[in-house]
Design a protein around this ligand. Structure first.
Ligand code: BES
Ligand code: MN
Length: 444
């Protein structure tokens, strides 16, 4: 059907891979405390790439205090639908180098996968949109817009303001968000739901300052013990989230087995899975709570001392349909009212991002199903996702008539946010082909 596109992707792929490697070499960590100049460099590199492959009017979208986003467009035939292609060029911090098999920003190829921070989340999305523009040429069948954000990994803090400032620029009939992934390597998927997210700091204060643990221990508690008791209340004995009032739903189990999930995540032998309900429900349509970090003395610096204060960052994923505002209130009052031997427990809200669920049956999704089916040689399955892309709800509210397509080249073995993040190069090739075919189909 689209053999010309398939052949063109094949021929271009070595240069596409080189483009991805060049982007991965830029450590564009958007988190506070990292060099913002690197995020600007990756915005400029993304802009160059888009320009080279035919986007016009390519420019930075800037707001005070925000990492730059990149915008560009290519006009299609008059009356053709307008498609906004989204990806993000910022990445999560790499974590300790010692956890990686190679330097996180020096990509290598192993077993058909390109490894490096941002390879799957989400620099593959940036090169995909550039490649698709190149494939479709200077007269694409639809009006193309591209928007490459620089703050997705810190919760898209300025996206509402960007939409408010550049609303008309970003308006489209179809919004293609290339920041999700497929069911497994070789099995394409369309994402139909995302979890929301809230996070908060939990602080326990017990003493004016540290005191001798022998002199006072036994009569006076330490802050770390109290903090762990408070944090233990996040789950019930089965491992379900115990915060009251959160939305929880069931979903199609598909064919995910416990064995496959264990292998995808690299769970050590003997460790139980937590929660109840089908695995996909636990991952997509039920809440999940995790302790992300604790401020406490490192073991190597331990003193025989009662710790005066301790602090943790807690993250809760929210099921589609839940409200981050309501969930945050519930989290704060639940943790602050845990028994804590009278210690002061303060919960301070931090991030919050909306969940999302796609309304079914939009005919504009069929173009993507066609693209997936052709590129992979098998039909796409509908999946939920346990991760969050908080701005999707904002986009959908700002452009209620636009069809939202949640898609991407990633797979469950990508290790996004972890050491040795990677993208499967065959999957990326198929994804580029699928997006190009879909845009042609959309014009029909
Ligand atoms: N690409 C992910 C979302 C995702 C995760 C899609 C897993 C498919 C599978 C996205 O870049 C992401 O990581 N989002 C953050 C949002 C947060 C910073 C508010 C997340 O989920 O932690
Ligand atoms: Mn991410």
């Amino acid at each position: 059907m689209h053999a010309d596109l398939a052949a063109a992707v094949e021929a271009l792929f070595p240069s596409i891979q080189a483009e991805l490697e060049a982007l991965v070499r830029i450590p564009s960590v958007s988190a506070a405390g990292y060099d913002a100049a690197q995020v600007r460099r990756s915005a400029e590199a993304s802009a160059d790439l888009l320009r080279r492959h035919g986007f016009e009017g390519v420019r930075m979208l800037e707001l005070p205090g925000a990492h730059p986003a990149v915008y560009g467009e290519i006009a299609g035939p008059p009356g053709a639908p307008t498609v906004l292609l989204y990806a993000h060029h910022d990445v999560q911090p790499p974590g300790p180098d010692s956890e990686w098999d190679h330097a996180p920003f020096e990509p290598i190829v192993r077993h058909g996968r390109l490894l490096g921070r941002g390879s799957s989340d989400d620099k593959c999305g940036v090169v995909t949109h550039a490649a698709v523009a190149r494939l479709l040429g200077p007269k694409p069948p639809v009006n193309l817009k591209v928007f490459v954000e620089g703050e997705e990994e810190v919760g898209s803090t300025h996206l509402a303001q960007l939409i408010a400032t550049h609303g008309a620029l970003l308006a489209a009939d179809v919004i293609v968000i290339a920041d999700s992934g497929n069911w497994r390597v070789g099995v394409p998927a369309l994402t139909t739901s995302l979890r929301g997210i809230i996070s908060a700091f939990v602080e326990v204060r017990v003493l004016e300052s540290g005191v001798h643990s022998g002199q006072f221990g036994g009569a006076i508690p330490d802050a770390l013990t109290i903090l762990t008791r408070v944090l233990a209340a996040l789950h019930d004995a089965d491992g379900n989230v115990a915060i009251p009032g959160l939305v929880s739903g069931e979903t199609d189990p598909l064919d995910l087995t416990e064995e496959e999930l264990r292998s995808q995540a690299g769970v050590l032998p003997g460790v139980d899975l937590i929660g109840t309900g089908s695995l996909t429900s636990r991952l997509w349509t039920r809440p999940a709570a995790a302790v992300l970090a604790i401020d406490a003395p490192p073991v190597a610096e331990a003193i025989n001392q009662l710790i005066p204060r301790a602090r943790a960052k807690v993250s809760v994923r929210l099921a589609p349909g839940d409200s981050p505002q309501r969930a945050m209130q519930s989290l704060v009052s639940y943790l602050e009212s845990r028994p804590a031997w009278g210690a002061q427990v303060t919960v301070t809200p931090y991030e919050s991002g909306e969940p999302f669920r796609l309304g079914g049956g939009d005919p504009r999704h069929e173009a993507f199903r066609t693209g997936f089916a052709e590129a992979w040689g098998r039909p796409a399955v509908d999946i939920g996702v346990g991760g969050s892309i908080p701005f999707v709800a904002a986009f959908s509210a700002a452009y209620p008539d636009a069809a939202i397509v949640l898609t991407g080249a990633a797979d469950p073995e990508c290790k996004a946010h972890g050491p040795n993040e990677s993208i499967d190069l065959d999957e990326l090739r198929r994804f580029i082909l699928a997006e190009a075919i879909a845009l042609r189909e959309l014009a029909k």
